[in-house]
Design a protein around this ligand. Structure first.
Ligand SMILES: NC(=O)c1ccc[n+]([C@@H]2O[C@H](COP(=O)([O-])OP(=O)(O)OC[C@H]3O[C@@H](n4cnc5c(N)ncnc54)[C@H](OP(=O)(O)O)[C@@H]3O)[C@@H](O)[C@H]2O)c1
Length: 204
C-alpha cells in the first residue's frame, strides 16, 4: 500500500519520502521508479517535516514503527492499516473499537484519519490511470480533525477516487470490517483483486 500510494502521490506532484522496510535498496528503487520529488528517509526523517504521514504497516509492526517515527504530535496521520492478526485471517480489534481509534489513543497529539484502507492495493494504479473519467470509484474516510480530513480529501482526489465522508474516527470500527468484505470479494471472488466500489444516491 505504501509503495503504490507513495508512487501515486509522487506522480501527482507531492514530495514523497519512502520509509520503513527491511531493505533500503528496495526503498531506493521505489523512490527512483516513482520519480518526481520522491526520496528515501528514516521514519523520523519522513515524519519530521511532512504535511501528512501515511501509516501502511502491519498492525503487529506498529510499536516498532511508532518508536522509529518519534514524536507525531500535531501531525496529520493517515492510516490505511487494519488491525489484523499475525496470519492475516481476522481483525483483532472490532465492533467496539478499531485499529484507527487504538492508533489515535497511542499518539494522542496526532491528527489521525482513516483512509485508503478499504480498497485492495492491486486496484490503485488502475484507478489513478482512470482519474479523468467522470465516474470515479468512491473511497470512504473518517476522522475527527478538520485539517486531517481536508488533507485526506485532497490525497484521495489526487489518487483518482471520489472521497466519501463517513464521519468521526469512531466510524473506522465499521470501515475496517467493511474492508474484510472487500478483501473477500477481491481475493476470493471471481473477478480478481482489481476491485473498487462506488456509492450512489438516488433521488426521485
Ligand atoms: N495490501 C492491501 O491490499 C491492503 C489493503 C487495505 C489495507 N491494507 C493494510 O495496509 C497495511 C500495509 O499492508 P501491505 O499489504 O502494504 O503490507 P506490506 O506489503 O507487508 O508492507 C508493509 C511495509 O512494512 C515493511 N516491513 C515489514 N516488516 C518489517 C520489519 N520487520 N522491519 C521494517 N519494515 C518492515 C515492509 O517492508 P519489507 O517487507 O520490504 O521489509 C513494507 O514496507 C496493513 O496494515 C494492511 O492491513 C493492505
Amino acid at each position: 500500500m505504501g509503495a503504490k500510494l507513495g508512487t501515486i502521490f509522487a506522480r501527482a506532484g507531492h514530495e514523497v519520502v519512502f520509509s520503513y522496510a527491511r531493505s533500503e535498496a528496495k526503498l531506493k528503487r521505489l523512490a527512483r521508479a516513482a520519480g518526481g520529488k520522491a526520496r528515501v528517509g528514516t521514519p523520523r526523517e519522513a515524519a519530521q517535516n511532512a504535511d501528512a504521514v501515511l501509516l501502511a504497516v502491519h498492525w503487529l509492526r506498529f510499536d516498532d514503527m511508532l518508536a522509529q517515527a518519534g514524536d507525531l504530535s500535531g501531525k496529520v496521520v493517515i492510516t490505511c492499516s487494519l488491525p489484523m492478526n499475525a496470519d492475516d485471517t481476522g481483525l483483532v480489534v472490532a465492533h467496539t473499537s478499531s485499529g484507527a481509534e487504538e492508533l489515535a489513543k497511542r499518539i494522542p497529539g496526532a491528527r489521525v484519519v482513516s483512509a485508503f484502507g478499504t480498497i485492495p492495493s492491486e486496484v490503485l494504479f488502475g484507478v489513478y490511470a482512470a482519474r479523468r473519467r467522470a465516474r470515479r470509484p468512491s473511497l470512504v474516510y473518517c476522522g475527527d480533525d478538520r485539517k486531517a480530513r481536508s488533507v485526506a480529501v485532497k490525497l484521495i482526489r489526487d489518487a483518482g477516487f471520489d472521497p466519501v465522508d463517513a464521519g468521526p474516527l469512531r466510524i473506522a470500527r465499521y470501515l475496517e470490517p467493511f474492508t474484510m468484505l472487500i478483501a473477500q470479494l477481491a481475493y476470493e471472488g471471481k473477478g480478481g483483486p482489481q476491485l473498487a466500489y462506488r456509492f450512489e444516491r438516488y433521488r426521485k
